[in-house]
Design a protein around this ligand. Structure first.
Ligand SMILES: [Zn+2]
Length: 396
């Protein structure tokens, strides 16, 4: 994907003049000639297809033939929709890949969906963006999500079978705290007693760092998030991880000669990303004197303070509408030993976006029917738990 799709991108440098923000969207008055659900379905198909295509390219270094079914179907359907309103159509998968590098509102024809910000692109530097991965997860049939989940489920199964919840917590914490390391450190980690149970799964989770992370004989570990710096198509070398708080800082350098490994994109997005928030919350509550469990009872929730049993499910999705769909499809089940449940949105998503929580509440049909579950920001959750702990303490 990287090489080939980057060539496509290079041919169309940045965004062009001919596409003003809504130029190509030939929205005519009156009802559209396709079922309304097509708009979201087609974006989901394209996103799933791009994720699968990218995976095939990474594995084999060549375009998979035939193209992923979802991508071909997405292309066909998008073309039909564009044609129906007299707009420009993508003629090939390469065309579609080129469109996918553009901000969504600059597509010559873009479906009408709330779950995509106008400035989001599905591909960045030839790779699926976080938006693309989130769409792929919502559409539900993508290999990527299944693979990530199989790995996590595999770890859960092993730990449950041995009745060892601590091993699961060690595993999750490692993925958050050390998303990249030297091959040597991985081997040493796998040999530690606390990781013995999940050594095999660690081997699968960590994979060799790609060429764009290994420059001048070394890889740079980001001081903000612990991932690896990479070089993008414009030659800029820094951390390109989504939501990284300090992408231009370096924590340490790893010599290429020792071998360098990092987590797959899915694990970085759906485990390490929210994980940073989960650890921040646990740290803040611990500092306030509470006893906090992370991923208790084999992942019944993400954070559970002992003194105030309010279970948190932490999310770090970029787009609140996509998260609303996801929660409706897969609701958070409040653990039995918890009084209440909270969907906690990572600080990275709510900073400067006052509307995020409101949009999520408005679009989430599942949430509207819940009396014991609320959506809150990271800070609100921490403040309320601490306040409640003090209240209970005074009463006690
Ligand atoms: Zn970073």
């Amino acid at each position: 994907m990287h090489l080939l799709l980057s060539v496509v991108q290079a041919k169309v440098p940045r965004m062009t003049q001919e596409t003003s923000s809504d130029a190509g969207t030939a929205m005519t008055a009156g009802p559209l000639p396709w079922p309304s659900e097509w708009d979201a379905v087609v974006v989901g198909m394209i996103a799933s297809g791009l994720v699968t295509l990218s995976r095939g390219l990474e594995r084999r270094g060549a375009f998979p033939v035939p193209y992923p079914v979802a991508l071909q179907r997405g292309l066909d359907r998008l073309s039909a929709m564009a044609m129906a309103v007299g707009a420009e159509t993508p003629r090939s998968v390469m065309d579609l890949a080129e469109w996918s590098h553009r901000p969504f509102f600059q597509w010559p024809f873009h479906p009408s969906v709330e779950g995509m910000n106008g400035d989001e692109a599905l591909l960045v530097n030839g790779k699926p963006s976080k938006a693309c991965l989130e769409w792929a997860v919502i559409s539900g049939d993508v290999e990527g999500e299944i693979r990530e989940r199989m790995l996590i489920h595999g770890v859960l199964d092993v730990c449950k079978a041995q009745n060892n919840p601590d091993a699961y917590v060690w595993f999750r914490r490692l993925l958050v705290e050390r998303p990249a390391m030297s091959e040597r450190d991985l081997v040493v980690t796998m040999a530690k007693p606390e990781f013995a149970l999940v050594a095999q799964q660690l081997r699968v989770a960590y994979r060799p760092a790609p060429a764009e992370a290994l420059i001048d004989g070394e890889a740079l570990v980001c001081g903000g998030c612990g991932h690896l710096w990479t070089v993008d198509d414009y030659g800029i070398r820094r951390c390109h991880e989504w939501d990284c708080p300090a992408p231009s800082t370096i924590k340490t350098r790893l010599p290429r000669s020792e071998g360098v490994v990092w987590l797959s994109r899915e694990l970085r997005t759906f485990i390490s990303g929210p994980g940073r928030s989960e650890l921040r919350i646990a740290d803040a509550l611990t500092r306030a004197g509470l006893t906090v469990q992370l991923w208790p009872d084999f992942d019944a929730c993400d954070v559970l303070p002992a003194e105030v049993p309010w279970a948190a499910d932490v999310k770090s999705w970029t787009n609140p509408v996509r998260l609303a769909w996801r929660l409706t499809e897969r609701p958070f089940v409040v653990p039995q030993n918890a009084d209440r449940g909270f969907i906690v949105i990572a600080k990275e998503q709510t900073i400067g976006r006052a509307e995020y929580l409101r949009t999520l509440r408005n679009h989430c049909t599942w949430l509207k029917s819940q009396s014991r579950v609320e959506v809150v920001s990271e800070k609100t959750y921490i403040d309320r738990v601490i306040r409640e702990a003090r209240r209970r303490n005074c009463e006690g």
